[in-house]
Design a protein around this ligand. Structure first.
Ligand SMILES: NC(=O)c1ccc[n+]([C@@H]2O[C@H](COP(=O)([O-])OP(=O)(O)OC[C@H]3O[C@@H](n4cnc5c(N)ncnc54)[C@H](OP(=O)(O)O)[C@@H]3O)[C@@H](O)[C@H]2O)c1
Length: 329
């Protein structure tokens, strides 16, 4: 089969499109014919060798890609919940192997798709969708009347966060870097959109909340937004750092949380919010059902052939994408 492999860590150029042996599913795995693979910022971290506290390093060579959708071609002897021919999707935050024609995926991560949900939408929605789901329901359960600030609001996860927070009755403000991204975030339902490259987003968030500040900041940008995000929060507000697209947040004095008004701080991961099969089915089930019902719009901003994985990574890392980036084997 064709796949993209990483033989040494580095820039986008290390993503090599090549002929590799097809995977053999183990007893607990199904072989999925990948119709679309989701590209996530996470894939860039693994490729470039960034790893959280020494964990998560991949053995080389490896096939990147934590997310995909397609039909089940074969199932291991212990597989009982999916069958050959089923349309399935998966998003595994520490997973890999999707940048390929075929992927062997543990059954516990596979979700069968409702007929009305296209494979590409499913491939686009699983990882970022389950992420926005746990962020708005568990890390900080958004309540009606809350003011919410979402950074990188026109990004893959950002657009889903806007919609899920709006559905829970919040006022949602988004930050973006271009007028085009502002339009896209506004269309997704943001009540106000701030260009954080030219405006003081904390001052703007305070102005929009009558001086009080927001209840929660969902910050996937990290280094360049962290400090100011604390300024945007109301007393007892919640700072959620769930990514670091601009770089890692420097070491931090927790006394600052007290001084700024008994703030709380969370640094969550999808891994710890999809620990059980039941949890995966519940989160993915909600996301897919919202798509089916027309309540959650999935914006696929870029679709590239699998052979152009390096270009997909370049686009994502240089802020030139909106919504989801997909690779088509
Ligand atoms: N913790 C979790 O469970 C979890 C799960 C999924 C994703 N994430 C994290 O969430 C973040 C977003 O992931 P995503 O896949 O949805 O990507 P994305 O948001 O679609 O793309 C990244 C966006 O970040 C913004 N950005 C700001 N400064 C940047 C910089 N210096 N370099 C690059 N981008 C910058 C850009 O938007 P503007 O141009 O508008 O600034 C860019 O489009 C990533 O950090 C990812 O690791 C975490």
């Amino acid at each position: 089969m064709k796949a993209v492999r990483v033989h040494e860590l580095g820039g986008p150029e290390v993503l090599r499109y090549e002929e590799v042996e097809a995977p053999e599913p183990r007893a607990d795995e199904a072989l999925v014919e990948v119709a679309a693979a989701g590209v996530n910022y996470l894939d860039i971290y693994y490729r470039s060798g960034f790893h959280w506290g020494g964990h998560h390093r991949r053995a080389l060579p490896y096939i990147p890609g934590a997310e995909g959708a397609g039909a089940v071609l074969a199932a291991g002897s212990g597989v009982s919940e999916v069958r050959v021919g089923d349309r399935v999707a998966y998003g595994i935050s520490n997973g890999h192997g999707s940048y390929a024609n075929l992927a062997a995926v543990p059954e516990r991560y596979l979700v069968r798709l409702p007929d009305a949900v296209p494979l590409r939408s499913a491939a686009a929605a699983m990882l970022q969708g389950m992420t926005a789901h746990y962020l708005t329901r568990d890390t900080y359960p958004v309540a009606s009347g809350d003011a919410v600030l979402v950074h990188a609001a026109a990004g893959g996860t950002g657009l889903l966060l806007i919609q899920m927070a709006k559905a829970r009755g919040a006022r949602v403000f988004g930050t973006v870097s271009t007028p085009e991204k502002a339009r896209i975030a506004g269309e997704a339902g943001a009540d106000a959109v701030i260009d954080y490259t030219s405006r003081d987003f904390a001052a703007e968030a305070r102005r929009l909340t009558g001086g009080r500040g927001v209840n929660v900041v969902y910050d996937s940008v990290g280094k360049s937004t962290f400090e100011k995000s604390l300024d945007a929060l109301a007393p007892r507000g919640c700072m959620v750092v769930f990514g670091q697209s601009s770089g890692a947040v420097p070491p931090f004095d927790t006394a600052v949380l007290n001084a700024r008004g008994s703030l709380s701080l969370s640094r969550p991961s999808l891994t710890h919010h999809t620990t059980h099969r039941t949890e995966i089915l519940a989160r993915a089930g909600d996301v897919l059902q919202w798509i089916e019902a027309g309540k959650l719009a999935i914006r696929i901003g870029s679709t590239l052939p699998l052979s152009q994985a390096a270009e997909a990574h370049r686009l994502l890392a240089s802020r030139r994408t909106t919504g989801k980036v997909l690779l088509i084997p």
